[in-house]
Design a protein around this ligand. Structure first.
Ligand SMILES: [Zn+2]
Length: 159
């Protein structure tokens, strides 16, 4: 199957139209199609768009950061929380020193317990992306073997 490497810039908005993130003014994103490098909804909807295309893509939560799961909300004794000092609603931290450990958000605090939400902050949120497709090219053999893009020109080294 032919797979492309796509480079695009984007502005991400929530359903209220607030800008959540943008690559405009920074580096565009380059990804290999079908490799899980970007959220599913973008991977699917960017396919077949030619370089130079401007488009508004609606990505439902299920194709973005997933639906919220209430099982990801947990109430724990304060002493089990690996954070020194006072905690307040909205604080975010990693559950472990491992840099891939999940990030949790404090959603409630009382004298003895802390309630943590491990859902992605954008779980359950339908997203709108204004995109500009900057370049589309066939993936190189190396990229297909590695399962990721090697930069916009395909010549970036990876570790
Ligand atoms: Zn590689």
């Amino acid at each position: 199957m032919k797979r492309n490497v796509v480079t695009f810039s984007y502005t991400l908005r929530d359903p209220a139209g607030r800008v959540l993130d943008t690559s405009v003014g920074g580096e565009p994103i380059t990804f290999l199609e079908g490799a899980g490098q970007v959220i599913d909804g973008l991977d699917e909807q960017l396919r077949g768009l030619a370089a130079g295309t401007l488009s508004i893509l609606q990505v439902p939560a299920a194709k973005a950061y997933g639906e919220r799961e209430e099982s990801q909300v947990q109430r724990l004794p304060r002493e089990q929380i690996p954070v020194e000092g006072a905690l307040k609603i909205g604080d975010r931290f990693q559950t472990d020193t491992d840099r891939y450990a999940p990030v949790v958000t404090v959603v409630a605090v009382d004298d003895e317990t802390v309630t943590l939400d491990a859902n992605h902050p954008l779980a359950g949120v339908d997203l709108t992306f204004e995109v500009e497709v900057i370049a589309v090219r066939p993936a190189t053999e190396d990229e297909l073997t590695h399962g990721h893009a090697h930069g916009a020109d395909g010549d970036e080294h990876c570790s």
